[in-house]
Design a protein. Sequence first.
Length: 379
Amino acid sequence: MTPATPGPATPSTAATPGVERALGVGIGGLVLLVLAVGLDAPSLSVAGAGLALLGLGAAGWVVAATAGASLERTLPASRVQEEEPFPVRLTFAPGLVMFPGARIDDPLLVPASAPLRRGQRRVRLEVRFARRGRRRLAPTRVLVGDPLGLASRAVEGSADEVLVLPRVEPVLLAAGDSAASSAVGGVTGLEIAAAEVELDGLRPYRAGAPASRIHWPTVARTGEMVERRFVAEGADRPLVALDARLPASEEALDAAVRAAASLARHLAERGGCGVLLPGERRPVELARDLLGWPALHARLAAVTEAERSPALERAGSTGPVYWVTARGGSAVPAALTRVPGRGRVLVAPQATPGRPTLFTVAGCVGQRLEGVSARRAAA
């Protein structure tokens, strides 16, 4: 389970070594009192009374302050995107009496421990997670102790989990490249080759769009430039394939996952696409309504280095293909050489000289593959 709002924790009833030390000081004071009476030594009675009050008082104060105390860490959600603000609230309720002094320990604090002022009940944090993945948060703990450090007792909350999703970034087209505009700005995702599409309405004319898309009857009637909007059918939709084999580094794999997530979201909003994850045989279909986006986003957050590349031949897609890879070098995956010539784009952390650049996204470069033969492909 991944609770969004952890419940309060019950403090342990077992005495900590700090409480035992305070009890030892108190018992030592009582022994001095007994000796003072037996030896008729008033000086020992003063010291014994002082030690007894100090030790037993410190232990009693700490135990009373933690008896019935509770600690709660409240998360706004169980999921968050990389680098997005994630407000967290820590709430501590003392027990029978006000605590003498306390420190709060939490893995989200920087540094991990901070003093809790007397009377302070809440600590508010704004956390940002730098990398995707499932994060298990160790329990929050408040350590209550006396000013002299003779007694201490811990109140512990519950552990939590947060799923950090890959960041979605905009697709930035190559400056002044009309082919790039067609590649990622059109509803079919990549219009290097014409796809069988169906009319899905009209929209304002975009600079660089082909003249064949202009809806001249509406232009003549209203005087406004509009163009036809199409949506790709079934297998003709663009396909985003994520290759997680042999990443150049963990950072390169994270960049590739961000690029795949960003492209999938971008293409889905413009008509839909398929997403083929590492080791999968069937692509996840993502429609314009984005109903499947939360589940796909969560699966992308959990992607790790894979042994096999996506099974592109079994995906059943005849539309354009975006092959997103975390591998270094300029070699083209062999699977791409067997894809029909409907448009192939290699998206990688580094650009390859001599290949046309269509766009950049999430630190990766999308380049069109032209004239790629099997002899030049990677195994």
